[in-house]
Design a protein around this ligand. Structure first.
Ligand code: FMN
Ligand code: ATP
Length: 154
């Protein structure tokens, strides 16, 4: 039984997340997803939704066998508990494969590190970024409030 781990913030879910997790699931028999805690999301704006809600939505995806709240301080706590055979990084995740592999070796975890592919938009207006979804909401609500008729609705 090959156990795969994927991870991420997964704030507002979109087809890019589905693609990533389906890519990851293809590396083994069961896919576990670690959902980032807000305190560990330091490389971009904090997520809008609470970690439990983000975990619950990820857990509902067909490709996912189980979703877990990440550890608030030590990102390797869930990895040591899950003891995966493969960790699949997202196509643009800011982690370095060699760095992760070295940290796994130090902890005696026999696990290889892979990287998923990206999913490109398939039609005009498809939004494949949580941050871009937030931006679109802000633009739309501001325009509605200001009675701005310029409608960018695709
Ligand atoms: C192997 C691995 C384990 C991780 N474990 C945790 C964790 O336990 N808690 C957490 O808050 N973030 C954890 N993270 C970090 C986030 O899941 C994620 O990598 C980071 O927020 C960037 O993800 P993004 O693609 O959403 O930007 C882990 C990352 C990796 C690569
Ligand atoms: N279009 C996409 N194609 C493939 N993977 C994606 C795509 N969008 C996000 N992912 C992957 O999903 C995982 C979680 O992404 P994250 O939660 O950071 O969402 P995001 O939409 O990338 O957020 P943001 O764009 O606001 O940074 C990451 O590993 C990321 O690589």
């Amino acid at each position: 039984m090959t156990r795969v781990v994927a991870q991420g913030t997964f704030d507002l879910l979109h087809p890019g997340h589905v693609h990533y997790l389906e890519d990851a699931a293809a590396y083994g028999d069961e896919l576990h997803v670690i959902v980032a805690r807000q305190t560990n999301v330091t490389h971009k704006p904090k997520p809008i939704l609470r970690a439990r809600q983000r975990r619950d939505m990820v857990a509902a995806l067909d490709a996912v066998d189980e979703a877990h709240l990440g550890h608030p301080e030590d990102v390797f706590v869930p990895v040591e508990r899950l003891d995966p055979d493969v960790i699949v990084l997202g196509y643009d995740q800011h982690h370095d494969e060699a760095g992760i592999a070295g940290a796994l070796d130090e902890r005696g975890i026999d696990c290889r590190v892979e990287r998923a592919t990206s999913r490109e938009p398939r039609y005009d207006g498809e939004v494949l970024s949580s941050g871009d979804i937030v931006d679109r909401i802000l633009r739309r609500r501001t325009a509605d409030r200001d009675g701005d008729a310029t409608d960018d609705r695709p």
